[in-house]
Write a new protein. Structure first.
Length: 183
């Protein structure tokens, strides 16, 4: 018989079950970027996000959830654009490098611009993208819906790209890591 908790159960029991159920929702792990690196090396950031989905086909609209206090959301708000780097399962360690703001911004190491030690490409709009990503998206913000803890950014897809072997790649998912997110 399925387990269920009533509303009069202790708060911590409800919270534990709610987290367990929310952790079971299938989600990916991506890097969302905002800002404009053409302005300067600290005028953009990349952050790990796990809630991304396409919500409309005409026009092609993505929904991306960002914490209200995140540095990247501030850059997305200011530039009204975002990037999304879709990662390979083999790159699961990369997402941990972007769970906190990139303090130094874009660093040039020889000919290779990097953030948090990862090689970055800068799109024509100035958005940062992880060079080694399976594929990437650049999009223009059409709306931001505010919630207490997060903002849901709706953005129209402007540009996309992928590496040559993208059709064979396995995309990183939350379950491929030991990371949990259940609110």
């Amino acid at each position: 018989m399925p387990s269920e908790i009533s509303h009069d159960a202790p708060g911590d029991a409800i919270d534990r079950m709610t987290r367990r159920v929310l952790w079971s929702l299938p989600t990916g792990l991506y890097l969302a970027g905002g800002g404009d690196l053409r302005v300067g090396p600290t005028n953009a950031n990349l952050m790990t996000v796990n809630l991304v989905c396409q919500v409309a086909t005409t026009p092609r609209i993505l929904a991306v959830s960002c914490e209200q206090t995140s540095v990247t959301l501030g850059f997305i708000r200011a530039s009204q654009q975002l990037s999304l780097s879709i990662l390979d399962r083999e790159d699961r360690a990369v997402v941990r490098k972007f769970v906190k703001p990139v303090v130094d911004g874009l660093v040039t190491d020889g000919d290779q611009p990097t953030m948090a030690g990862q090689i970055i490409d800068v799109g024509e709009t100035g958005l940062p993208r992880l060079r080694n990503s399976v594929s990437w998206i650049e999009a223009s913000v059409v709306a931001i819906h505010e919630f207490d803890s997060h903002a849901l950014v709706l953005a129209e897809v402007d540009r996309v790209g992928e590496r040559a072997d993208a059709s064979e790649a396995q995309v990183l998912r939350m379950e491929d890591t030991r990371m949990n997110y259940g609110g």
